[in-house]
Design a protein around this ligand. Structure first.
Ligand code: PA5
Length: 473
């Protein structure tokens, strides 16, 4: 029998309210400005087209080149799902934010609180900090016998992740001796770094971060796919969604390529002093998607120098907000504060649940008008009302609409953001894929903790001016 597969419609990017026709000439982008930017956008397009798949743009091919890896991931995930109660990711930055965002988007919002029968997957934890209280509290609740740890670090040497690894491995060895390795899966570079050496020595099941895939572009490789598969998320559909979006992002016709138009709008906005990009999903399931976006946008575009070595101090500060929650916290600023922001709403047409607002309070019309509506209608009304208020106040805003939140649309959304970031970085003429500012902090940490080879950095740190007690109150 032929099984017909439901085709999920494409997500949509609506930029009407970025344009001067809707928010006025002073704050809006004119058709002429967009036309003038078209050539720079098409240059970015050609550069990306020429280089995709090579250098640090290997991630662009992930939706196409992982059939064998996906099989291995699914087999491994099956065993973990069968045997374990908790699955813990030890990782940070690009090695944590994607798995967290996809978990939040595609699993039950109270996943860990459900019974095992309801969950149908292990509990899920992502430990992306070295706060000692957090680690201690995790160890308080885990049943080690039924826990698998996925240590994820592309470089294989990030202090945070490796210190977590040391703590966990010590405990596992003390309890299970030679069998400790059964509780660890490593995800790392195939040759560089310490984790791969340890993985070989200890015999960990290992997945690789392919060449050309940096941390913040790694969600669609084993970094994100293994945790997703363990959670029972359809990873083939995630990749299919990414391919679906890629078809649009490959279009050479500027105006029908959503990531290219979005990049051009970002580029113009940045040049016009809109230094803040607010990402505001109207769905709790997408709350951590905004966190993931923030890292992608911040680390990729925040650069001191351009590709010719000129000092540019490029970037746009990403801010996460959640609708409707942050309407009661941040929207006052966005509506009336400085004209330095672009707000991107993420709306969902069909939520996975519908909740009716009950009747009652008939004698209080200012409450009873809510009855008979649904929370779905309320959240949609609040999103459109906020969009309207911002637009009326000449505040640039755009709307990304997901027909629903599922593996396909999440694949589309993440690929869209990665492409928008890559195109914007090309237009800004910066290296989108490095992170020298992060490396500086990492190296300073090594020096402070006495790692061999970092003596010069330690001397540099020790020679910094002493703090003036006068400025400490
Ligand atoms: O995007 C990036 O490259 C960074 O945020 C890294 O993901 C982060 O620093 C962690 O690095 P690693 O995966 O090497 O431990």
């Amino acid at each position: 029998m032929k099984v017909s597969r439901e085709i999920t419609p494409d997500i949509k990017f609506d930029y009407n309210n970025m344009m001067s026709a809707y928010i006025g000439e002073e704050q809006g982008i004119t058709d002429n400005e967009l036309r003038m930017t078209r050539n720079a956008a098409l240059e970015a397009y050609s550069y990306f087209k020429l280089n995709r798949g090579s250098g640090m743009m290997g991630w662009a091919e992930l939706p196409y080149n992982q059939d064998e890896i996906v099989k291995d991931i699914l087999n491994t995930a099956k065993i973990i799902r069968r045997n374990c109660e908790s699955f813990v990711v030890l990782g940070i930055g690009g090695s944590a934010l994607g798995p967290m965002a996809v978990f939040q988007a595609l699993c039950h919002l109270r996943h860990n609180e459900l019974s095992k029968r309801q969950r149908k997957a292990p509990k899920f934890y992502v430990e992306d900090n070295v706060d000692p209280e957090r680690m201690a509290s995790l160890l308080d609740i885990l049943d080690l016998d039924k826990t698998v740890f996925n240590v994820i670090t592309k470089s294989g040497s990030t202090s945070e992740t490796m210190s977590q690894y040391l703590i966990i491995m010590d405990m596992l060895k003390a309890r299970y001796g030679d069998k400790a390795a059964e509780h660890i899966v490593a995800t790392t570079d195939h040759e560089k770094g310490n984790l791969i050496k340890l993985a070989k020595k200890e015999g960990f099941k290992t997945f690789y971060v392919p060449d050309g895939v940096g941390g913040r572009f790694s969600e669609l490789c084993p970094v994100g796919l293994l945790p997703a598969a363990v959670l029972g998320i359809d990873i083939k559909e995630l990749l299919r969604g990414a391919r679906q979006m890629d078809r649009h992002c490959r279009k050479s016709d500027f105006k029908s390529n959503p990531a290219l138009v979005a990049a051009a709008l970002s580029y113009i906005s940045i040049k016009k002093g809109k230094n803040i990009s607010v990402m505001m999903p109207y769905a709790d399931s997408l709350k951590l998607m905004a966190d993931w976006y923030c890292q992608l946008w911040a680390e990729s575009l925040g650069k001191a120098v351009d590709r010719n070595g000129n000092t540019v101090y490029a970037g746009q500060t990403p801010v996460k907000a959640l609708g409707v929650t942050d309407q009661h916290s941040q929207i006052q600023l966005y509506t009336e504060g400085p004209f330095d922001k672009v707000v991107t709403f993420i709306g969902v047409e069909k939520y996975r649940n519908e909740v009716k607002i009950s009747g009652g309070c008939e004698d209080i019309p200012s409450v009873s008008f809510l009855s008979g509506h649904t929370l779905n209608e309320l959240i949609a009304a609040e999103m459109y009302a906020t969009e309207y208020a911002l637009t009326k106040n000449h505040r640039p805003n755009a709307m990304i609409t997901l027909p629903k939140v599922n593996a396909n649309t999440i694949g589309q959304l993440m690929f869209f953001f990665m492409m928008q970031t890559a195109y914007t970085g090309c237009m800004l003429n910066i290296d989108t894929f490095n992170q020298p500012g992060v490396e500086e902090g990492k190296n300073a940490t090594y020096a402070l903790l006495g790692r061999a080879g970092y003596e010069e950095k330690a001397a540099e740190l020790n020679s910094r001016p002493a703090k003036n007690p006068e400025y400490i109150v």
